[in-house]
Design a protein around this ligand. Structure first.
Ligand code: INI
Length: 233
């Protein structure tokens, strides 16, 4: 096995699996945070957690746009618009649903989660799910404490990782994996994958990779949170 100094990429031989993953470094990337105002005493804290996590990842305030919506039900619409109209590397979705006496909670929770996933897949922009679905105010507040236990923080960390993960860029035109030559830093990069990628993302991810000291979107490793203790759902 050859460990490359510059990239940290571990090269074994052609027959071994290649691991692709994003990083915890978001410098130079733009992020949207869509926050529901409903249960604002919690969602405000989720927003603060997300902003702190982005700052810790090297994202500057001017690269972050916060979009406020009335409730969790409206998140997918705004997230999709942000993804379509903005140059965001990822969209962080934050909200808080607290179970009540009626089925209202279930309808909104399923519309929000499915809607966010649909918006992400339709636009090709990663969206992360920081929407709490709890049985009580107490459960919600426990998940909105300052620091990495905060679900907004967690959603922001996931957004940075997904924004810096470029699986498509690492694949060949026919879907074959990029060939890694043992013992060298040469990669057969597939330009058509970047050309056909969603607007700006390939270029944004590549630029961030350079700034982050790695040489290509498929050569990243060492995301934050690996090996972290089990978290609350
Ligand atoms: N929206 C939430 O974000 N959380 C809730 O707990 C909630 N409850 O319980 O009703 C909620 N409702 C509002 C909903 O998201 C829409 O904003 C509203 O239905 C208007 O479309």
């Amino acid at each position: 096995m050859v460990k490359q100094k510059k990239t940290g990429l571990k090269l074994r031989d052609k027959k071994q699996a290649v691991t692709l993953e994003g990083t915890s470094r978001g410098a130079g990337l733009k992020f949207a945070i869509v926050v529901a105002r409903f249960n604002e005493f919690v969602t405000q804290q989720l927003e603060s957690g997300a902003l702190e996590a982005l700052a810790a990842a090297g994202v500057t305030a001017e690269d972050v746009c916060v979009v406020k919506v009335p409730g969790a039900f409206e998140i997918p619409f705004a997230a999709r618009q942000a993804a379509e109209r903005g140059r965001f590397a990822a969209v962080i979705c934050l909200g808080c649903l607290i179970r009540g006496a009626t089925a209202h909670f279930e309808y909104i929770a399923s519309a929000a989660s499915q809607g966010i996933m649909d918006a992400s897949l339709a636009t090709g922009v990663p969206m992360t799910f920081g929407v709490l679905t709890t049985n009580s105010r107490e459960e919600a507040m426990e998940r909105a404490v300052p620091g990495p236990e905060n679900k907004g923080w967690e959603a922001a960390v996931a957004a940075v990782e997904m924004a810096t993960l470029d699986v498509r860029g690492a694949m060949g035109a026919t879907g074959a994996m990029v060939r890694v030559r043992k013992g060298t830093e040469k990669r057969k990069l597939n330009v058509s994958a970047q050309r056909s990628g969603r607007a700006g993302r390939g270029a944004a991810a590549k630029g961030a990779a350079k700034r982050n000291g790695v040489s290509g979107p498929h050569e990243r490793s060492g995301r934050a949170g690996r090996g972290a203790p089990a978290r609350k759902k």
